[in-house]
Design a binder for this molecule. Structure first.
Ligand code: TMP
Length: 204
């Protein structure tokens, strides 16, 4: 049986990365013998994708170059990691996927959505996550969580207005595809969020 594809999204500082290893363990415990959880991330997830990640997070580049490199890394990720894993019956958990490109390059930077839709159709050829968990927090909360963290990368150093547009685009995407998305109120305690994630897991 084909595995399931779950993606995790949210603006920087929403706290999604705290929950992924925990959820991966919970899912692994429920899978049939022989199937496993593959935890991965974007940009990245393959040796080439991780090289592209370094460029994307630290080098200045034209907005369209940035969007194209995100999708180039994604093409490799789908071919090398995501599709083979799903075909084997493994479950794939990806820390970000295409919704991030719509939110950051589309919402944040203002690249027309129509351009991204062309790339999405090309690169994914119909592949969509079975479930997308959108960790949502107000901008103030995200900024507080980021403050004092490691040296900010190119995106983390963006303005409040950038993150406002990014968050709005995430929420627009979520409302557009309610069957795929679950919006998780990530202002709550880790325990409260875990309880909700357990409930969502039970529906899969
Ligand atoms: P991370 O810090 O959550 O690993 O994500 C890396 C950064 O890359 C984050 O600031 C969001 C950004 N990003 C995009 O701008 N577009 C994309 O398509 C993806 C996958 C990530």
């Amino acid at each position: 049986m084909r595995g399931k594809f779950i993606t995790f999204e949210g603006i920087d500082g929403a706290g999604k990365s705290t929950h992924i290893p925990w959820l991966a363990e919970r899912i692994a415990a429920r899978l049939p013998a022989g199937a496993k959880v593959v935890s991965t991330r974007e940009p990245g997830g393959t040796p080439l994708g991780e090289d592209l990640r370094q460029l994307l997070l630290h080098r200045k580049m034209h907005l369209e170059t940035e969007a194209l490199l995100m999708f180039a890394a994604r093409r490799e990720h789908i071919a090398e990691v995501i599709e083979p894993a799903l075909a084997r019956g493994d479950w794939v958990l990806s820390d970000r996927f295409t919704d991030a490109t719509f939110a950051y390059q589309g919402g944040g930077r203002g690249l027309p959505t129509a351009r991204l839709e062309v790339l999405e159709a090309w690169v994914q050829a119909g592949l969509q996550p079975d479930l997308t968990l959108l960790f949502d927090v107000p901008l103030e909360t995200a900024a507080e969580r980021l403050a004092g963290a490691r040296e900010p990368d190119k995106f983390e150093a963006e303005s409040r207005a950038f993150f406002a547009r990014t968050r709005d685009e995430y929420l627009r995407r979520a409302h557009q595809s309610p069957a795929r998305f679950r919006i998780v109120d990530a202002t709550r305690s880790i325990e409260a969020i875990r309880a909700e994630l357990e409930q969502i897991l039970a529906t899969l």
